[in-house]
Structure formats: structure tokens, C-alpha cells
Design a protein around this ligand. Structure first.
Ligand SMILES: Cc1cc2nc3c(=O)[nH]c(=O)nc-3n(C[C@H](O)[C@H](O)[C@H](O)COP(=O)(O)OP(=O)(O)OC[C@H]3O[C@@H](n4cnc5c(N)ncnc54)[C@H](O)[C@@H]3O)c2cc1C
Length: 73
């Protein structure tokens, strides 16, 4: 959950900053602060890479059945 949320929010705020252009990079605009604050979520409390390793380890241990993927016909 933490992994998917931090990755998704990172993609969203990156697009926001792009829309604002140079002003998005300017510290006097809130989007710069939002970008900076969301960026750290992919580093602290387990980097995205480490979280992926944990997820992969659990899949190896418990099998893909835990994912409860929808059956496609
Ligand atoms: C603002 C801020 C506040 C923090 N607050 C706290 C706090 O209150 N308490 C606390 O305990 N810590 C805190 N931290 C530390 C944080 O938990 C660490 O920065 C984080 O665990 C990453 O460790 P590192 O910085 O040593 O990076 P490293 O472990 O050196 O990682 C560097 C890069 O290598 C990748 N990497 C490392 N090992 C592997 C691997 N085996 N496979 C693939 N990729 C790998 C990482 O994903 C990352 O991209 C804070 C960090 C920041 C930036």
C-alpha cells in the first residue's frame, strides 16, 4: 500500500510540477513543497526498492494466490 501510494503520488506531483513549468520549481509556489515532501516517501520507512524486495519475497514464500487476481476468460 505504502509502495503503490508513494509511487502513484510521485507520478501525479511530477505532472503537476510540469504543468506549472518553472513556477512549479520555484520555492514560493506550494507545488514545489508538495513535490519535495512527497519525494521522500519513496526513501524513508523503506525505500521503494526494499519494499519491492519484501513483496517479491512474500510472493516467493506464499505464491501468487495471495494476490487474488481476477480470473480473465
Ligand atoms: C528526511 C528523512 C528523515 C528520516 N527520518 C528517519 C527516522 O526518523 N528514523 C530512522 O530510523 N530513519 C530515518 N531516515 C532514514 C531512512 O529510513 C533511510 O534514508 C532509508 O532507510 C534509506 O536508507 P539510506 O538513506 O541509507 O539509503 P541506502 O540504503 O544507501 O540506499 C540507497 C539506494 O540504494 C537502494 N538499495 C539499497 N539496498 C538495496 C537492495 N538490496 N536492492 C536494491 N536496491 C537497494 C535503495 O533503494 C536506494 O535507492 C530518514 C531519512 C530522510 C531522508
Amino acid at each position: 500500500m505504502e509502495l503503490s501510494a508513494s509511487e502513484a503520488s510521485g507520478r501525479v506531483v511530477d505532472r503537476c510540477l510540469q504543468i506549472f513549468g518553472g513556477r512549479g520549481y520555484d520555492r514560493s509556489y506550494p507545488v514545489e513543497r508538495l513535490y519535495r515532501e512527497l519525494r521522500v516517501d519513496r526513501i524513508w520507512e523503506g525505500t521503494s526498492e526494499i519494499q519491492r524486495l519484501i513483496v517479491a519475497g512474500e510472493l516467493v514464500k506464499r505464491g501468487t494466490g495471495v494476490l487474488q487476481l481476477p480470473v480473465t476468460r
